[in-house]
Design a protein around this ligand. Structure first.
Ligand SMILES: [Mg+2]
Ligand SMILES: [Zn+2]
Length: 179
């Protein structure tokens, strides 16, 4: 199977320093839904792995997060795409869990769920911790320059094999050309 793992905020939708706390605050980035649709239609299985420490911080609850993801899935379906699953870390930075990126726990869960080797699986993010988690799990890290991406690129220290693309649409272009 062709599996791709996406960060959510700053990759699929606009990121916010104040957190995405409601469906209204979830706003797709230009072209991102269409990019996922192109991947879906080319038989890619698209999975989201997202840190959602806003849960631990009490900024929103699980019902609200479900409502946010219902909106995401509805807009994606309208664009002709789908996300197979959303994996998320509900913990805060001080919880010392194994799933919060930069740790690779969510990626390992995804590998188990789909029974795939993670080597070479593209994992797309806009923050260094996404790329670090991806690399630690053996995936291929891809940085997009949406969300925090430009800051992340400027700071440097990216995993050696990181590929850089303008946005999710450019990632889809590259993957669909490669196959
Ligand atoms: Mg992000
Ligand atoms: Zn966690």
């Amino acid at each position: 199977m062709k599996l791709i793992i996406l960060d959510r905020d700053g990759v699929i939708n606009q990121d916010s320093d104040a957190f995405v706390k409601s469906p209204d605050e979830w706003i797709a980035l230009p072209g991102s839904l269409q990019a996922i649709a192109r991947l879906t239609q080319a038989d890619w299985t698209v999975v989201v792995a997202t840190n959602q420490s806003g849960l631990a911080r009490g900024l929103f609850d699980m019902d609200t997060l479900t409502a946010i993801h219902t909106k995401m899935r509805r807009e994606l379906a309208a664009a002709g795409g789908s996300v197979d699953a959303v994996f998320m870390c509900p913990h805060g930075p001080d919880d010392d869990c194994t799933c919060r990126k930069p740790r690779p726990g969510m990626f390992e869960q995804i590998g188990h769920r789909y029974d795939v080797e993670l080597a070479g699986v593209p994992a797309v993010g806009d923050s260094l911790r996404d790329l670090q988690a991806s690399a630690a799990a053996g995936c291929s890290p891809w940085l997009v320059l949406t969300g925090n991406g430009k800051k992340t690129l400027a700071k440097g220290g990216l995993p050696d094999n990181t590929r850089v693309c303008d946005d999710l649409s450019a990632v889809a272009d590259a993957l669909l050309q490669d196959n």
